[in-house]
Unconditional design. Structure first.
Length: 213
């Protein structure tokens, strides 16, 4: 018994949104919720920065081989069967995968062609969807989220509620917009507070976390 206690981890791993986004209805209680919020937990996340100068195309070739399509150059999402690539600037991508070891895979494949930073425990992912998703996010986001300006697949590195955020739009669901967001994990609490306050008037339904597979 004493031996078991001695080997038990002092800290139990927790999701980025544990204690922040609790499943249930929040805000206005009448009628359908204007917003559905789904914490995304357990995904592999990596930031990739391509090498500049001679050999700069090497990162593109590696990402294309892994992704099955040329990586986007403009700020946008390219969803694939193995990884999603979100371009956030010239030669810079956020990579999202069901594989928690994706950063190590990328680092080994890229070699001298780019730098990789494992963000699997550094960023918090969340999905915001519903009829009022656009108007709620617009309360704190300077990016024009009108569908003509921010179409499906669009992405932006911006600020929401004064918090650095990577934002991208997924295909609509039932005619309603779907956005994925990544914020620094240390700011997840502040972002969650802002999101719930901004969605209160429309009603917000938080689901159980979605995980790979």
């Amino acid at each position: 018994m004493a031996e078991a206690a001695a080997t038990r981890p002092a800290w139990a791993p927790q999701g980025a949104w544990t204690g922040i986004l609790a499943a249930g209805r929040h805000g206005a209680a009448g009628g359908a919720a204007g917003l559905t919020v789904t914490p995304l937990e357990g995904f592999g996340l990596a930031l990739v920065l391509a090498r500049r100068g001679p050999g700069a195309d090497g990162a593109d070739a590696v990402l294309q081989g892994l992704h099955g399509a040329a990586p986007p150059r403009l700020p946008q999402l390219s969803a694939g069967p193995v990884v999603d690539l979100i371009a956030t600037g010239p030669g810079r991508w956020l990579v999202v995968s069901a594989d928690r070891a994706i950063a190590a895979t990328l680092a080994a494949a890229l070699g001298p062609h780019g730098a990789v930073s494992d963000q699997s425990d550094g960023l918090a992912l969340v999905r915001v969807a519903g009829l009022e998703a656009r108007s709620v996010l617009a309360k704190g986001c300077p990016v024009d989220l009108h569908p003509r300006a921010f179409a499906e697949g669009a992405a932006a590195a911006t600020m929401i509620g004064h918090i650095n955020t990577t934002l991208w739009r997924r295909p609509d669901r039932g005619g309603d917009p779907v956005f994925d967001l990544a914020v620094t994990r240390s700011m997840a609490g502040s972002f969650g507070d802002w999101l719930l306050a901004s969605a209160a008037a429309d009603g917000c339904a938080i689901t159980e976390p979605a995980r790979p597979g």
